[in-house]
Design a protein around this ligand. Structure first.
Ligand code: CTP
Length: 450
């Protein structure tokens, strides 16, 4: 009996997949089909797959061509499977010519002609209109957004807006996209959605006008500098059926979700303390180090450090105290936020002028979770117990600098792919702005006293 094996994602199962399986089957007597897991696809940079792993397995099963279906979940597995299942022929489509020649050591490798003019990528873009995105602001974060675009299918960055023409012109030179500097309405006319990466104090106004014009909004944190502003924006978006997503990239990283869910699972017992810390000695000429009114440590990093607290304790804190080390001009170079809940306590620390260990520690009645810097990207974390020899380590998948996960969530929500808002709930977004409001008030009163 000649055994044949092939692998694929088989998303939105199409004629090309059917033809490939048919020809693969014809190469031998028994066909094994490996279907990728969602995590494996994510790790390979395929983050816009529409069908779940089980749906994709079901599509392959329904084709009636597979004698056996297996799951592919890690790099190097092909070699293991070929030996484990005693495979004679490995085959894939001609888009992979050369890539799998190394498997020749174990079996025959056959590249089959790909069916022309059809692919899952094509189907994804015809099912869903490509979202035309305009960027508001052309600074550092906008540059990172441009770099990540190629990893997120379904969106096209078509223009940018910046009233400061010098920065806009530089951006145009680098990326060639159209830059608007005058009429925000005119800029909005040409897009379906905006990514707001402008200075903090301008987010609310840009977001509000975009929502009113019927455009979806992905807005860097904070969406508003006060509670009322956040509530207004979220309500306005809800009323108009517009997606409003706050850009706290950690919230969308798969590893962070795994860490939070591990903490919630009871593995470390009752959670009694959370300590989250994020500091970076920023360039002294950067906006966060020069803008005494809207720069500083809190506005730069507090959202990241508050996120695990809200995720694990909720947003009904009993008490908050904010302490800052401030420069003469009022800019906070280091800020500590202490929160008290019925269940336990938390400290969120952030700095642009003080450096400390950037770690997240979640302490429980049975053990603690330790995620070292950069925990906000959550590439790894550990669970530790009283017994120092007992340590559980986790290394979740993580690609790029994290932005692509929030971009992909944004596109999925616009396309109404069935997702609820658990990654960052409206209550959490409102609580972020509520604490921001307290901080801003304290900053103001400090200035007045001087
Ligand atoms: N395939 C094919 N003809 C096509 C599309 C896919 O023969 N028109 C083959 C691929 O070469 C691969 C298998 O089908 O061997 C599974 O491919 P998969 O990557 O799941 O499908 P694509 O449509 O190529 O997906 P995507 O657009 O997401 O890359």
């Amino acid at each position: 009996m000649r055994k044949v094996i092939t692998y694929g994602t088989f998303d939105l199962f199409h004629e090309g997949h059917h033809n490939l399986l048919q020809r693969a089957k014809a190469l031998g007597d028994y066909l094994i089909v490996g279907v990728t897991t969602d995590h494996f696809d994510e790790a390979r940079g395929k983050i816009n797959v529409v069908d779940s792993c089980l749906e994709r397995v079901e599509s392959v099963r329904k084709s009636g061509l597979a004698d056996e279906i297996i799951i592919e979940d890690h790099a190097g597995q092909k070699m293991e499977d070929i030996q484990k299942y005693n495979v004679d022929i490995f085959t894939v489509g001609s888009d992979w010519v050369g890539t799998f020649d190394y498997l020749n050591k174990f079996c025959q490798v056959v590249y089959l002609d790909r069916t022309p003019d059809i692919s899952s990528t094509m189907l994804r873009s015809s099912h869903f209109k490509i979202v035309r995105v305009g960027i508001v602001g052309t600074g550092r974060i906008a540059v990172r957004f441009m770099a990540e675009e190629k990893f997120v299918s379904g969106m096209n960055i078509v223009s940018a807006f910046n009233p400061e023409t010098d920065s806009g012109n530089m951006f145009h030179k680098k990326y060639g996209i159209k830059i608007y500097s005058g009429d925000y309405g005119e800029f909005l006319d040409g897009v379906d959605a905006v990514y707001i990466a402008s200075p903090n104090e301008t987010h609310y106004e840009y977001a509000k006008n975009a929502i009113k014009a019927g455009k979806h909004v992905l807005c860097e944190n904070p969406i508003a500098l006060d509670r009322q502003g956040a509530v207004e924006l979220l309500e306005l978006a809800e009323e108009r059926g517009i997606v409003l997503l706050e850009g706290i990239k950690t919230a969308y990283c798969p590893g962070f979700q795994q860490l939070i869910n591990t903490a919630r699972s009871g593995q470390i017992g009752e959670i009694r303390d959370i300590e989250a810390c994020f500091t970076r000695l920023a360039d002294p000429n950067s906006r966060e180090c020069t803008d005494a009114q809207f720069g500083g440590a809190f506005l730069e990093y507090a959202a990241y450090t508050l996120l695990p607290v809200f995720k694990l304790y909720g947003t009904n804190y009993k008490d908050v105290e904010i302490h800052s080390i401030t420069r003469e001009d009022g800019l906070d170079s280091y800020t500590k936020i202490d929160l008290v809940y019925d269940q336990g306590m938390a400290t969120a620390k952030c700095g642009v002028g003080v450096k400390t260990e950037g770690q997240l520690v979640i302490s429980g009645s049975k053990g603690y979770i330790l995620a070292e810097s950069p925990w906000w990207l959550t590439r790894k974390f550990k669970i530790r117990y009283e017994d120092p020899n007992k340590v559980e380590s986790f290394e979740p998948k993580f690609q790029g600098d994290g932005l692509r996960y929030e971009m992909s969530e944004f596109v999925a929500r616009i396309n109404k792919i069935d997702r609820n808002k658990y990654l960052l709930t409206p209550e959490e977004a409102i609580a972020m702005s509520e604490i921001t409001e307290m901080f801003m008030k304290e900053r103001k009163s400090r200035k007045k006293k001087e």
